[in-house]
Design a protein around this ligand. Structure first.
Ligand SMILES: [Fe+2]
Length: 181
């Protein structure tokens, strides 16, 4: 289950109702998927072949299609990051820059964990949301954010797109960003 930490105040928000309410208040869509449907040999596996990725996507197809229909996504894929990823540290360094997109950024965590750092309402400022298996969020378009891994350093996630070409990262230089959580 996702947990939130507000960078300005150190406030921690836990438990689905409170997390959902905080996110809603800050314009971030959240839902939770049950993942027992994923074939047992695919669960918690991070080095995945294309065929295995396809099988995972097929196992959660009903949730993907429901979300796609409700929110207008037309494409999706499955990404995996772990120590097996070439140049993981270089990649993470590149990820950890505050940026925006003209489309929203959707992630459904299938295995492992990840963190989105997101700029909330003006009176909230930046917050970190730690996402676990089953957590699904959409960072709204034009909202400053970045994604990184937790200390576990591995994640498998579904990404959904309205228009992949709108998903280019635009650097967002913010003197108000607190580099230390
Ligand atoms: Fe992004």
């Amino acid at each position: 289950m996702a947990t939130i930490r507000v960078r300005n105040t150190g406030q921690v928000i836990e438990g689905e109702p409170a997390v959902k309410a905080f996110l809603e208040d800050n314009g971030v869509y959240y839902e939770h998927w049950t993942l027992e449907r994923i074939p047992a040999d695919m669960r918690d596996k991070f080095a995945l072949t294309d065929d295995e990725k396809q099988r995972i996507l097929e196992s959660v197809q009903d949730d993907i299609e429901r979300l796609a229909k409700a929110r207008g996504y037309v494409k999706w894929d499955l990404i995996s990051l772990s120590e097996a990823t070439p140049d993981l540290d270089v990649l993470l360094k590149k990820f950890e820059q505050v940026h925006t997109h003209t489309e929203d950024e959707v992630r459904a965590i299938i295995a492992g964990s990840g963190i989105f750092v997101i700029k909330g309402r003006d009176d909230v400022g930046y917050f970190d949301i730690r996402l676990q298996k089953g957590d699904v969020i959409s960072v709204p378009e034009n909202t400053p954010h970045f994604f990184t891994l937790t200390e576990e350093r591995q994640v498998v996630a579904v990404r959904l797109f309205i228009d992949p070409s709108g998903w280019v990262a635009h650097p967002y230089n913010d003197p108000a960003f607190q580099a230390q959580a």
